[in-house]
Design a protein around this ligand. Sequence first.
Ligand code: SF4
Length: 618
Amino acid sequence: MGSDRKRNPPVAAPFLPTNRAEMLARGWEELDVLFISGDAYVDHPAFGTPLLARLLEAEGYRVGILAQPDWRNPEALRAMGRPRLCAAIAAGAMDSMVNRYTAAKKVRNDDAYTPGGRAGARPDRATIAYTAAIKGAFKGLPTLIGGIEASLRRLAHYDYWDDRVRRSVLVDSKADLLLFGMAENALLEVARRLADGETIGDIDDVRGTAILAREAPAGAVVLPPFEAVAADHAAYNTAFRLAALETSPFNARQLAQQHGERWVVVNPPALPLSEAELDRIYALPFRKLPHPSYTELIPAYAQIKFSVTGHRGCFGGCAFCAITHHQGKTIQSRSPDSIRAEVDQLTRHPEFRGTVSDLGGPTANMYGLGCGDPTAQAACRRPSCLYPEICPRLVTADRRAVRLLRDLRAHPAVKHLFVASGVRFDLLKHQPDYFADLLEHHVGGLLKVAPETVSPAVARVMRKPGPKLFEQFLDAFREQNRTLGRRQAVIPYFISGHPGCTLADMIEVALFLKRHNLRVEQVQEFTPTPGSLATCIWHTGRDPFNGEEVYVPRSAKERRLQKALLLWHLPESRDDVRVALKLAGREALVAELCGGHTKTAPRAPRMAQRRPHRKPSP
Ligand code: SF4
């Protein structure tokens, strides 16, 4: 690297090298950092590996990307030679097991992050497979693992696909260092220290990293060991609860969990990025295109091509969601100027026809929001600023978001500016101007909201607002549309098979949907993905925070019936709805939910099981 360091990248930077010829075209004989990704290479900040690679490039490192390499072939991994500092490995924007398998553990036949949407371009447990392959190809090369798969599997965790508790992925992959969360500053620090001559074994104190150690550091919170949490549900719940209390970047302590002779030590999370740091990342010279070697469409790219991410993080703390765990609870927002500059750039795209498809983030109406009391925030250990009720210290003012929307609407080249990311409806009542603008200008007739359930008991397990607030929101939505003279609809998202949800609960949900004339188009079947609170409850049958026993719908039949109840309005659901009502002793409702149909309806093709993709998360 040497003299290259700190050099500014060219204004219209070429794609990062993906093979030796592209390295040589830049005059590079050797890389500093070799990135391995389970996703295709799309040079866009919505994809984690290109984002981090561009950031290192801007600091003068020579970086290359091997996207979806053949992990069984060492020569494929040696295509760009041995890097000088390290390999940085990620399974992709999704956990590879979630990417490869459905909630019913069937192999998916598509992959949105691969050209042509084809499945099979990445291995199962990609972090482990790629790390083993790199270690085989380059003996002794420091290996860093990161991305959502490594991040959420950093401690011993329940794995749905193996149906057992697995060790930390740091142990299973034998990687040298794990970066969790969004990782920009952690990776920059590790790269700098390696470049300065430290060995990877010396780098044990970087925020946002986990390492293996011979003993637990003094002062660390010691979790029950892997062997105990694998054997005992109570120990698993204890470990989950203790770890969940140490997630705030402002007060988390180190965590230590013994795995056999060694300890997995998790350092405190990285501090949130400042507005200036975030702006700098989005100003890096991304080409905003897939690498030119691809000849087929990459579905995930098609989805984000004309969308803009305004912020990261989510303070919702829903039990089933990984975003708070990965991006953090603190909202990190870009400046309006930075967003405006990206929209300017979009409007110059040759295929741009005037529509920005989404201005959003994990939860669109959290842009610019945050804790209004730094002292309280420094001590706060609440997993959510919204549940069980909105924290009085949360600043919910919508001025900043409204100004941004109005400014972008006035852009001469923008005809439509949509907010397609989901919104928190319980926040909207504190954001009257944003709500009004949203419905008047930015939803195109359909507003996506995610109550996920309207059963009070299930909402409590999910950490969601519940039916009363949802009904208030529906009233406000209708009222606002009446004022505007608009006919617009709510697209509600619901989850079936979530811990805590019985058939009786789901029947109540179906009745609510009917009463409110709501049609669910796609149901998300709950999948116990690594690291979430809901997965912990799924595994142990108890809430780790209050110790209460929680019902878990595990059988395929019950999961199918729950899904059918959410889709009660479809003819192909009627048979299952009838079975569910009979099992629950609610046959009196057959006429109401099945509309007097007595005949068996023909089975329809399998209903879509996945919600449209959220934006890929770096
Ligand atoms: S004090 Fe309230 S608003 Fe601030 S971080 Fe904690 S829960 Fe959120």
